[in-house]
Design a protein around this ligand. Structure first.
Ligand SMILES: Cc1cc2nc3c(=O)[nH]c(=O)nc-3n(C[C@H](O)[C@H](O)[C@H](O)COP(=O)(O)OP(=O)(O)OC[C@H]3O[C@@H](n4cnc5c(N)ncnc54)[C@H](O)[C@@H]3O)c2cc1C
Length: 248
């Protein structure tokens, strides 16, 4: 069988109306919201970096933002979404005000990027918006596989400790204010990282300029096989609701 298969699964999407079951402040700037609904009966999320669309009520009408299904418990019909809180935006405002019983419409996930769990190592890089997908992948990877995560955060209070059976090396890069779109912080943190031997999968999600610069670093400076890298801009400084995927 071919090793390191990466395949795309597509699925029909439909809108679902969810109710907030509970809200918890995971870290000072990460709000975790648990949703429940009978509508989640046939919900499916096949990959840690899937995304759903949240349709947020605003005075101008609903606006959509992309979020990661951080966890889905099919038996309990319970979906968990983690919101990285920042200065402004309908998603952040909604998450800050969320309380049990609030309703929210969602769509998707429309597809999943299924990455074989047979790489020799994994390197997962990003900022706070990537932490839900990174946390989920850490929980899902096979026992003992070497995984390094390099995550830019505002301060040490934003560190998370997901449960994982993988051989996990966390690297936290604490940024100075206004460095959210500067790749230097993560590049410096990566300078001390020597990957293990063998084939590795590199996953990047961060502010768009950061994700693009990191991808260039891996492809051009390090010659990492492009098919074993996924890089996405999860937001863009100064713009709303941006999702970029970088390919050649
Ligand atoms: C596939 C995908 C999955 C995602 N998963 C998650 C997730 O699980 N959790 C999560 O928290 N985010 C996630 N994001 C990022 C999230 O969609 C964006 O941060 C989104 O813009 C937030 O919406 P908002 O309404 O709060 O702000 P917006 O109205 O979109 O933006 C308002 C202002 O805030 C800025 N801004 C947006 N996001 C940030 C940020 N994180 N830090 C600082 N400034 C910001 C914008 O540049 C703009 O100036 C994901 C994005 C994608 C594409």
């Amino acid at each position: 069988m071919t090793r390191h298969q990466i395949s795309r699964v597509r699925r029909e999407t439909r809108r679902r109306t969810l109710a907030v079951a509970s809200v918890e402040r995971l870290t000072p700037r990460m709000q975790r919201v648990h949703f429940t609904s009978d509508d989640l009966r046939d919900f499916d999320s096949g990959a840690p970096d899937d995304h759903i669309k949240l349709f947020l009520p605003t005075p101008e009408g609903p606006q959509s933002r992309d979020y990661t299904p951080r966890a889905f418990d099919a038996a309990r019909g319970r979906l968990t979404v983690d919101f990285a809180l920042h200065e402004a935006g309908p998603a952040t405002a909604w998450a800050l005000a969320a309380k049990a019983g609030d309703r929210l419409e969602i769509g998707g996930p429309r597809g999943s990027n299924i990455v074989a769990d047979d790489f020799d190592w994994y390197l997962l890089i990003g900022d706070e918006t990537a932490l839900p997908a990174i946390g989920r992948r850490l929980e899902e990877l096979r026992p003992g596989v070497p995984v390094t995560t390099v995550v830019a955060i505002d301060d040490d209070g934003e560190r998370q400790t997901p449960v994982t059976r993988a051989a996990w090396t966390p690297v936290w890069a604490v940024r100075k204010p206004a460095m959210t779109d500067d790749a230097a912080l993560i590049l410096d943190a990566l300078a001390g990282h020597e990957p293990p031997p063998g084939d590795g999968y590199v996953w990047i999600a961060a502010e768009g300029r950061v994700a693009r610069a990191l991808r260039v670093h891996f492809v051009e400076a390090l010659g990492h096989p492009r098919e074993w890298i996924k890089a996405a801009g999860y937001w863009s400084r100064g713009q709303v609701a941006v999702h970029e995927t970088f390919k050649d």
